[in-house]
Design a protein around this ligand. Structure first.
Ligand code: CEZ
Length: 794
């Protein structure tokens, strides 16, 4: 039903109805496309803000990417209708809109290509999608093959949704000169000042085929007629009516009429995307289909190849072989790809939230450290001279802070040392700390060291008389907007996180010869942890915060939102929790937050607005921050568990973040294990029916944190100034694991195995024992073999 392909390049699903929302995504330097197994798609491109060329049938709201997007019959999609000209029988690939159960069906999500293979009534139809590296457009291949013993006469109708383009102006027609469908619109605006921007927009949607079609239809209503999208009336006729759209909703449908001998096949290629004008479309057509090079390849083929190598550049820095092949598949193939997507596209926004930008680049430290380096410098160049980090980082001269970035959150500074530390571990490039970077406003400049120092000082200042950090209108939890808007409420989690950040920063200071600063921040961390224990420990776990009115919340006295995961996990990281507290809080998490699908962000989920906490309590219980298995927060907790050596709890929860391995589990989540979603529905104890369901949103800070859990925790292959520190924390039920780690230009092959008689981990490099487990003097280009002997666990 569901498995990786033989070469592990694809993940395949054999049914369009078992996991109807199963999906994959592709991106390039200017766009992103999310496609599902039934043919529905959501595509966005940047100009510089996100825009669409394939729209919903009605006016769409402009928003950031959302979880659990609904699909419906007229949802934008890419389909192929097939008509048997002799019998009149119709089916469609991949499944929508006709919904005829196929004889054979495969949805194959690859890294640089997504493909659907459908067989019905002796006809095989294959659709496959890839992108070019730079330009916003889709490169489609469609192949039809006659599998039956008789000759078949068919009509093939590729259908591409254009949808409701604009309330000001929309139309579409077949352009004879281009032999393509060209739809036109004007992005709606009202201020004349915007005209200068919109006049350069790619407001046209084109469909360029590699050969002229027999007929076409560009009018959605005319195409559907009374039959509707499931059984379009236009297919009843021998040929499409060659219609156009004049302030009517356009569609791009072509018709090809073919006769196929048994075994014969026909292959087509199409380009679908946005363009400024006809000239640009002509250029695209000439560039992709206009002629071949000496090797016989045209622009289309070259673009496919270039895209494939672009995606391959985003491989991770380790390859694993463990007793859990599904984990291996996910970690070796999909997880780095998802990190790379984040690092490369910044989630298709021109003003990423500061914490997201920093964490996405924390992930990029494992893939393209140079990109991460530049991103950290960009972020710091927008820091206020006061040390405060802005809510979003502006990445484009025309960008402005939007949506959530207009709401003041107080946590952005803590991410600086935390994310930088991964970059430093990976590269040992401490010269970064010496870089001179301006502050916002450009009046002042200072070294990165100085910048982070100011950020830490800002966190120390932005506290109440007890030493607890203000929350204002939110911290990591965006929608926790009413705890502290009056200026008094504090964040328990943030206070704990500052202690962790101080410790991380102290380590960095120490490693860069700043012993005095290191000492200062260790003391600050210690003092913070004391305050945390004084005001936030609730007896069995840590509270989430204290409201403007002085009410402590996230405590046993609360009926809803009694326990939050973040203060627990971060208290393990910060060192606030001593052994006894650690045991207690872990027990509370197991009892109240753990579910078969991971650990929930809070419980019980709020079922009504709590005005002193905010809009997080208004989200549907069990969705998003209101008690979902919010994987980002779950990953923090797991990282915390590894930091204190709790390897079995850590692994159990880590494994639950990935759908599978059982089919039942995958079906319940409704998602293929090709990305980690931002959440699975929680409220397991309140609404068990929906618990476990994936949000299908692949924008999430979870990916780099899972990778960190694996590198620093599970496999214990973290960089340090001397080299690679080897300190695995395999779960007790694993007796071996192999990892190939790319590290500072070297290749390190590590074998971990439990051996009788071993009492403590023993590490050997190329046969020689290493007392402290550190592989030193790692030389670029060199290869090392490391053996780790581990004791059996009884
Ligand atoms: O966005 C994420 C943020 O991008 O929510 C996280 C936060 O740490 C990330 O920075 C936790 O709050 O505003 C909202 O209510 C939404 O919940 C979004 O903020 C949320 C969405 O998942 C966006 O992808």
């Amino acid at each position: 039903m569901l498995k990786p392909s033989e070469d592990q390049e694809f993940y395949e699903l054999a049914s369009p109805t078992l996991l109807p929302k199963a999906s994959g995504f592709l991106w390039n330097e200017s766009m992103m496309i999310h496609v599902n197994c039934r043919g529905y798609t959501v595509a966005q491109f940047m100009q510089p803000e996100p825009a669409k060329y394939s729209h919903a049938p009605n006016l769409e709201a402009k928003t950031f990417m959302q979880p659990e997007q609904p699909y419906y019959a007229h949802h934008p999609g890419r389909f192929v209708y097939v008509k048997d000209e002799e019998t009149g029988e119709i089916f469609s690939a991949p499944y929508e809109p006709v919904r005829v159960p196929a004889d054979q069906y495969t949805f194959a999500v690859g890294k640089s290509r997504v493909a659907w293979k459908v067989e019905f009534g002796g006809i095989a139809l294959e659709m496959s999608l890839t992108l070019p590296k730079e330009e916003p457009m889709e490169l489609w291949r469609i192949r039809v093959k006659n599998l039956s013993p008789a000759k078949r006469k068919l009509s093939i109708y590729p259908y591409f949704t254009v949808g409701y383009m604009s309330w000001m102006n929309q139309s579409g027609e077949y352009n004879e000169a281009l032999q393509s469908i060209v739809c036109s619109s004007v992005t709606p605006y009202q201020k004349y000042q915007d005209y200068d921007k919109i006049k350069h927009f790619r407001d046209k949607t084109f469909l360029i085929p590699d050969r002229p079609a027999a007929s076409w239809e560009v009018n959605q209503e005319a195409f559907e007629g009374e039959g509707g999208i499931m059984r379009p009336s236009a297919l009843d006729r021998e040929e499409l009516a060659r219609g156009d759209a004049r302030y009517e909703t356009p569609v791009a449908v072509l018709q090809y009429r073919i006769a196929l001998e048994p075994g014969q096949e026909e292959a087509y290629r199409f380009i679908f995307g946005p363009a400024r004008d006809e000239e640009q479309i002509a250029g695209i057509k000439a560039g992709y289909f206009g002629g071949t090079n000496a090797g016989g390849d045209d622009g289309f083929v070259l673009a496919e190849r270039e895209y494939d190598s672009y995606i391959r550049e985003g491989g991770g820095c380790m390859e694993i072989a463990t007793p859990d092949p599904e984990l291996d598949n996910f970690v070796n193939h999909w997880l780095p790809r998802q990190m790379y997507y984040h690092g490369q596209t910044n989630r298709l926004t021109t003003d990423p939230q500061t914490r997201n930008y920093l964490q996405d680049n924390m992930g990029m430290s494992y893939i393209k450290p140079q990109t991460a380096r530049e991103a950290f410098l960009t972020a710091l160049s927008q820091q206020e001279p006061s040390g405060a980090m802005p809510d979003g980082i502006i990445l484009h001269p025309e960008a402005e802070l939007k949506y959530i970035n207009q709401v003041p959150h107080t946590d952005h500074c803590v991410w600086l040392p935390i994310c930088l530390s991964t970059y430093l571990d990976e590269t040992n490039d401490y010269s970064l700390l010496e870089e001179q970077v301006p502050y916002a406003g450009g009046q002042e400049a200072g070294s990165v060291f100085e910048h982070v120092h100011r950020a830490m000082q800002w966190l120390i200042r932005d506290r109440d008389e007890r030493g607890l950090n203000y929350i204002n209108q939110g911290d990591w939890c965006d929608p926790m907007n009413m705890v502290g808007y009056q200026g008094k409420g504090v964040s328990g989690w943030l206070t704990i996180a500052t202690a962790y950040a101080f410790n991380v920063w102290a380590d960095i200071c120490e490693r860069s010869g700043q012993a005095g600063a290191a000492e200062e921040y260790r003391l600050a961390a210690q003092a913070t942890n004391e305050v945390v224990n004084e005001y936030l420990w609730d007896g069995e776990w840590y509270a989430r915060g204290i409201t403007d009115a002085g009410v402590v919340f996230g405590v046993s006295a609360d009926r809803e939102g009694r326990i939050f995961i973040n203060p627990q996990g971060w208290s393990l990281l910060s060192g606030a929790a001593d052994g006894e507290k650690r045991e207690k809080l872990m027990q509370a998490v197991r009892e109240q937050l753990e579910t078969p699908y991971g650990v929930e962000k809070l419980a019980p989920s709020y079922t009504a607005m709590r005005e002193d906490v905010g809009r997080v309590t208004q989200k549907h219980p069990g969705s998003a921050e209101n008690g979902a298995v919010y994987n980002h927060a779950a990953a923090f907790y797991i990282y915390g568990l590894y930091s204190v050596g709790e390897k079995d709890d850590a692994y159990r929860l880590l494994r639950k973040m990935i759908p599978g391995p059982d089919l039942d589990d995958i079906v319940r989540r409704g998602q293929l294990p090709v990305f980690v979603p931002n959440y699975y529905r929680g409220a397991y104890r309140q609404f068990p029916r929906t618990a476990g369901r994936s949000s299908h949103l692949f924008n999430t800070g979870t990916a780099p944190w899972i990778y960190r859990c694996l590198i620093d925790g599970l496999f214990g292959l973290q960089g340090c100034p001397e080299g690679l520190r080897i300190r695995p924390q395999l779960p007790s039920h694993w007796n071996e694991a192999k990892v190939t780690r790319d590290f500072r230009g070297a290749k390190i092959r590590i074998e971990m195995t439990r051996e009788a008689g071993v009492r403590e981990a023993e590490v050997y490099a190329d046969g020689a024992p290493m007392a402290d487990g550190i592989l030193r003097d790692v030389r670029p280009g060199a290869e090392y073999r490391v053996l780790v002997k581990l004791p059996f666990v009884n």
